[in-house]
Design a protein. Structure first.
Length: 245
């Protein structure tokens, strides 16, 4: 069992962290950068050592994007299944990184891959988290037409997470792409309703609506700032908070 004696120093005790597949590329154009795996693992280790229970959803865009293949005329269901398999590959890489950092980690997949990952069940996931293990959720929701953002929102609700933290390429939510618009305004705080009304591309609509319905705040921060994950959990850091009020 995790030592909860230090959790009084952090505002969140159970967190669902969403990491995009693209973030795992680092400076590469494709694949997995071992340095990024180590950085993510170190950040999660710092959170776990502070008494935080961590679940992790990872995307697969660094290896394969089903929606891109479907846009070229391929069957969307088959393309999405290929994308789900890419998330399993990333999850295994993250598990190895977490284990190398000295953490207990387990991969649970929404699609059955019994030789390499446990099949997902809410009850078993909660048992792992309560025992102090980091749980990496792979395979998206297990269904085509749903993104890994929606999977993150769903798993956050199922594991009763206090917050969903999305690690992105930028340090929060802007009213325009800050890489294309120098005048883009960054929000320190915004509501779920405003995100949906403004059409801000934080997470897909289904994910935002699901977190809104379950009153789960979303924190958006930069994955490129080493240590931000644990710093935010201690009440500091730079981020945008999405909440119902």
């Amino acid at each position: 069992m995790p030592d909860n004696s230090t959790t009084s120093n952090v505002p969140y005790h159970r967190v669902l962290l969403k990491v995009s597949g693209e973030a795992l590329m680092g400076d590469q154009a494709f694949g997995i950068d071992p340095g990024m795996i180590s950085q993510v693992a170190d950040d999660i280790k710092a959170a776990v050592e502070a008494g935080v229970s961590v679940g992790l959803v990872v995307g697969g865009g660094n290896i394969f994007r089903g929606v891109s293949l479907a846009a070229g005329g391929a069957d969307r269901v088959s393309a999405d299944h290929m994308g789900m398999l890419a998330t399993v590959m990333n999850a295994i890489a993250l598990r190895m990184g977490l284990e190398a950092a000295g953490l207990n980690a387990v991969v649970m997949s929404a699609i059955e891959t019994p030789e390499i990952a446990e099949s997902y069940s809410q009850r078993r996931a909660l048992e792992h988290l309560d025992a102090g293990r980091v749980v990496i959720f792979a395979g998206g929701t297990g269904n085509p037409f749903f993104t890994t953002d929606t999977a993150a929102a769903l798993r956050a609700a199922e594991i009763r997470a206090d917050v969903l933290m999305k690690a992105t390429q930028v340090d929060g939510i802007y009213d325009a792409d800050p890489e294309k618009h120098a005048s883009a305004k960054r929000f320190d705080r915004i509501t779920h309703s405003d995100v949906l009304a403004r059409g801000l591309r934080v997470m897909d609509t289904a994910a935002v609506a699901l977190t809104q319905e379950n009153d789960i705040p979303i924190i958006v921060f930069s994955i490129h700032e080493k240590g931000q994950f644990s710093e935010i959990l201690r009440g500091g850091g730079r981020f945008t908070l999405v909440s119902n009020d």
